[in-house]
Design a protein around this ligand. Structure first.
Ligand code: ADP
Ligand code: MG
Length: 744
């Protein structure tokens, strides 16, 4: 580390080891906070700031509120706890503020640091939430900052006190001292700003040195906020630069050009289409056609409203590639979806997918399915067709990634429902092509632009906003059984009515029910933001597919209805048969898990009943109801829940019932869930990752940063001229953190 200080331009003061400045105490920071370099310490930002101006006298403290107060320790007592392991420190503090004497109890569980520091007579500032315990005002595990006795100095009185994320062995105050030493010796000339000078000047950003000074030692708290703004932009910029660099580097790779071929399969397919493309489908189609015709790989995200016809857009791209002599692979997150895609693409293509078969189109191709649960003979046949090139389209799950899958000439990879596939898996599939293949990623549901720019930031983005004509509106209703237990009868009556008019009905349950007690998850596609199932613990047994299906016979309203059952743990042949029968209208009602969430397409289905709907996330519900209202008959979705009306999870249901606009819903979804879930678990709690940037709130900053970053990367894709930026990318997105770019 220390050596890099003489290595020239690529060196930043930020890389210097803390030991050089702090000596042996640096060991503590390294050991307990994993802070080794100047940059890491300076980026260990205060969590918040305490202001003395806002002190509360003990005599006035409100119960159940956060308070900050200055007081002196009167006594401190540590004792072992009787009922559980560990130590309990009880501290009594007093103040003489506001003309009265106040006294208050503090308790610290295992407060070994506090035991050492909070000695009788010591003055400190405490903050925490006041509770009433055994009739006494109490603060439990309050944060504190030790104070000197020089209260008279007015500067000092008003200066905000930074509160750092601290640990037992290294207090906030100690961190502040270390930071102070670093700031005092910091030479701004050796500080390489990750934000290029031109950008910083144009955007009127304060200097990096000043930002560090103000965020750590603000004279007034507003200074700290201004500094935070600088770091917020910086985070967005570094992130976007990393993504732009990745985009630029993949775009420079060579790909086989797959220009359109006049009179080929695509033209024949278009001529056979029973409907006209929407404007969006046509426009995005043109963009894809041009991408594919280029000799650099396409890397594009196709997002759009549920039912907007993304699969058709993808299929047309595949046909163009086949026309140009290549093959396409379609990667689905679950076997059911792969199966479904295989059936529907084969059906949609008709004779065009019967190449080499009697009655097939002369230049027709073949669509083959390759899944993990196929038997050896089927598998062998599929593998052969992929390797020989007879199969223009190979559809599969992760099984496509396995080593013995070979393609004759893989030209395009389509990834459906991206969130199950990380960059790594895409790279694996890429490696099966001679040159870099073109890649098209489809999302299940729309996501707000700024989130797309971040989570899928290494891809170009295309969006389908419009639904094909002839779609019928879907009305959605909450069915709160806690308020109206009898409404479940009305649900079944409603199902009966649909069936009597010749329509079909889905009933979705959160759980399979063929296992002991636990369950639910059956490998079906999860939404991008996995539902926070744990947040809604229900005392009730969840409705299960097996049980509900078994009890349908006892529902009077459903007498003589032909029903089927579908879930992920059924035998594949059985699954295929059930889906086939529902498709053909043989089955009037289908009880299923979320295996039907994506892709299943039965225009005659008009009612979707979702049992224990509170167990699903917003976009999952939105996706599910997109299964109805596809065939010109109005669709209805009933969200059945047993949760009380004021349960927080009911908010999600109300949101879904209130609008069918997917973009609006995904925005709402983001507001209701915590940020960490967006970028994946690796994001939360990390030191180096985003500290000030909130993807949901700071869209403008992200857009600005993205265009700034694009400009920089366009002129210097490898960022050779920007060592500070390269450094920051590593510092922010160190290997474990890089995971969030890979949202696997
Ligand atoms: P998505 O994957 O975007 O949710 P799909 O591709 O599954 O949507 O399309 C939903 C249904 O709409 C399919 O039955 C498809 O054949 C049909 N469809 C697609 N494009 C059109 C169009 N332009 N006009 C009418 N129907 C269309
Ligand atoms: Mg789809």
């Amino acid at each position: 580390m220390a050596d890099s200080a003489v290595a020239g331009v690529s060196t930043s003061e930020l890389d210097v080891s803390l030991e050089r400045h702090l000596g042996p105490p640096a060991k503590l920071l390294a050991k307990h906070l994993n802070l080794h370099t100047v940059g890491q310490l300076l980026n260990h930002f205060p969590r918040n700031y305490l202001k003395r101006g806002e002190l509360t006298p003990i005599a006035d403290v409100p119960v159940d509120e956060e308070v900050t107060l200055i007081a002196r320790v009167q006594s401190a007592n540590a004792r072992r706890m009787r009922t559980r392991k560990g130590m309990l420190l009880e501290v009594i503090i007093t103040d003489d503020a506001a003309g009265g004497i106040g006294q208050m109890n503090l308790t610290y569980f295992n407060g070994y640091g506090a035991e050492r520091e909070l000695l009788p007579g010591v003055r400190a500032m405490f903050s925490g939430k006041v509770t009433m315990y055994r009739g006494k005002l109490t603060l439990t595990n309050p944060k504190y900052v030790l104070l000197d006795d020089d209260d008279d100095n007015p500067d000092y009185v008003n200066k905000p006190i930074p509160v750092y994320p601290a640990v037992d062995k290294v207090s906030s105050e100690r961190i502040a001292m270390a930071v102070g030493i670093i700031l005092d010796t910091l030479d701004p000339a050796h500080l390489i700003d990750p934000v290029p000078e031109a950008v910083a000047r144009r955007d009127k950003l304060m200097s990096l040195a000043q930002a560090y000074e103000l965020v750590h030692r603000p004279a007034v708290v507003e200074d700290a906020y201004r500094a935070q703004h600088r770091f917020r932009y910086q985070e967005a910029f570094v992130l976007q630069a990393a993504l732009a660099r990745r985009r630029a580097l993949t775009a420079r790779e060579e790909a086989t050009a797959r220009p359109p071929h006049h009179g080929g399969l695509l033209d024949q397919f278009d001529a056979r289409l029973p409907f006209t493309l929407t404007n969006g489908q046509r426009e995005v189609g043109d963009v894809l056609a041009a991408d594919l015709a280029g000799d650099h790989p396409m890397n594009r995200l196709l997002q759009g409203e549920v039912g907007s016809g993304k699969t058709l857009v993808a299929l047309r791209a595949m046909l163009q590639v086949i026309d140009a002599g290549g093959q396409a692979a379609l990667l689905a997150p679950t076997e059911v979806l792969a199966l479904q895609h295989h059936q529907s693409l084969t059906r949609t293509l008709g004779p065009l997918a019967e190449g080499g078969m009697l009655g097939g189109a002369l230049d027709g191709t073949r669509v083959v399915l390759l899944t993990g649960s196929m038997n050896t003979a089927q598998r062998k046949k599929a593998l052969l067709e992929a390797a020989s090139g007879d199969a223009g389209i190979v559809i599969g799950t992760h099984a496509l990634l396995s080593e013995n899958v070979r393609f004759f000439d893989l030209g395009l990879i389509v990834v459906d429902e991206q969130h199950r596939f990380g960059v790594e898996q895409r790279d694996l599939l890429r490696s099966k092509a001679a040159a870099s293949p073109h890649v098209l990623v489809m999302t299940a549901t729309p996501i707000p632009r700024t989130v797309a720019m971040t989570v899928f930031g290494d891809l170009e983005i295309s969006t389908l906003t419009e639904l094909p004509a002839g779609r019928s509106p879907i009305s959605t209703h909450e069915v709160g059984l806690a308020e109206h237990p009898a409404w479940i009868q009305r649900v079944w009556s409603r199902a009966r009515e649909e069936i009597d008019t010749g329509r079909q009905v889905y009933v979705v349950c959160p759980k399979i029910g063929d296992e002991a007690g636990t369950g639910g998850e059956d490998g079906s596609a999860l939404e991008l933001y996995s539902p926070d199932v744990q947040a809604a613990p229900s005392k009730q047994e969840l409705t299960s597919v097996v049980e509900l299906y078994g009890s349908l016979a006892e529902v009077p309203q459903l007498e003589s209805v032909t029903a089927g059952m579908l879930h992920g743990r059924m035998d594949p042949a059985e699954k295929a048969s059930v889906m086939g029968r529902f498709n053909d209208g043989d089955l009037q009602l289908l009880v299923a898990t979320t295996v039907i969430e994506v892709g299943v397409d039965v225009p005659n289905a008009t009612l979707m009943v979702i049992m224990d709907a509170d167990r699903f996330g917003i976009s999952q519900l939105h996706q599910l109801r997109g299964r109805v209202g596809r065939g010109g008959h109005a669709g209805t979705c009933l969200l059945v829940t047993s949760l009380e009306a004021d349960h927080p999870s009911r908010e999600r249901l109300a949101a879904v019932a209130s609008t069918t606009d997917g973009f609006e819903l995904s925005q709402k979804d983001l507001e209701l869930r915590r940020e960490g879930n967006i970028l994946g678990a690796s994001q939360s709690g990390g030191r180096s990752a985003l500290r000030f940037l909130r993807i949901t709130q700071h869209g403008k900053i992200i857009e600005k940063a993205r265009s700034d970053a694009q400009e920089i990367v366009a002129g210097d894709p490898e960022l050779v001229g920007y060592p500070g930026l390269v450094n920051a990318i590593e510092l922010y997105l160190n290997p474990e953190k890089e995971a969030f770019l890979e949202r696997g």
